[in-house]
Design a protein. Sequence first.
Length: 301
Amino acid sequence: MRRRALDEGERGRTWLAALPQSLARLAVQWRLEDLHILDGGSEAVALAATMPDARQAVLKIAPPWADLLGAERRVLAAAGGSGFAELYAVDEAAHALLLERLGARLDLLGWTPEAQMEALCGALMAVWRAPVPPGGLMDGAEKARRLGQFIAETAQVLDAPLSAPVLARAREYAADRARAHDPARAVLAHGDAHAANALRARDGDGFKFIDPDGLLIEPAYDLGVIMREWPEVLLEGGDPLAAGRARCARLAARTGVEAEAIWRWGYLETVSTGLLCCKLDLFDWREMFQVAEAWALDSKS
């Protein structure tokens, strides 16, 4: 979080310097106790806290350039705790949310990727039934266009080691998913439904999501995010294309969502996330690029 804030230059340094004062004010305002920082955040700072009625909560403070009070706030408010962490309070001046504190993160439970995918699918099917918040969200056509633009521009700026077929396939799939957007079939989607954003529900029955991007899009998009995860698993058998198609078929069978739509969103997410990780030097983006190179040669699409 600190690194991303510092990347913003002077406004990032100013925000970081003001954080202690903002935190102190919010702790008094909401009468919070036992505050301590939680790890895992990449843009906002999150702290565990105890409310006056002894409920366990999370205080999330975001920089003003993040969309914490935009789509995320509206999604959480509309969902009312169904599929997502419950929203308790908002402070617009501090760009802060007070949220239900959930249990352990799915990615830290030691489960196999297959078991994590099963849990994510179950949690997503609850999300897709949640009401769409008023005020509008980015739709599937715009998301596809933005992904395509990000891939083209970032690959050029970074001089990324991606082949021409990978980038050509990304252009093709981005145009295809933009054309395929149908408002009548769109649902509320999380937008970044990976295992680190899925936490055990307080009653122990399944998982709820945190940090929604909030999209009005086909359900296949959320499953495409899952397609990009665990690239090392896709590579370990020596045939990432076959492994990817098998994962896609598994997700389609579990959710009833069209496999080819999942595949195409999954490809776009793999390439775009690999580029983002390359840009920020996060994780092993090379593995995502290896997967993308194999998937670009798929003859079924």
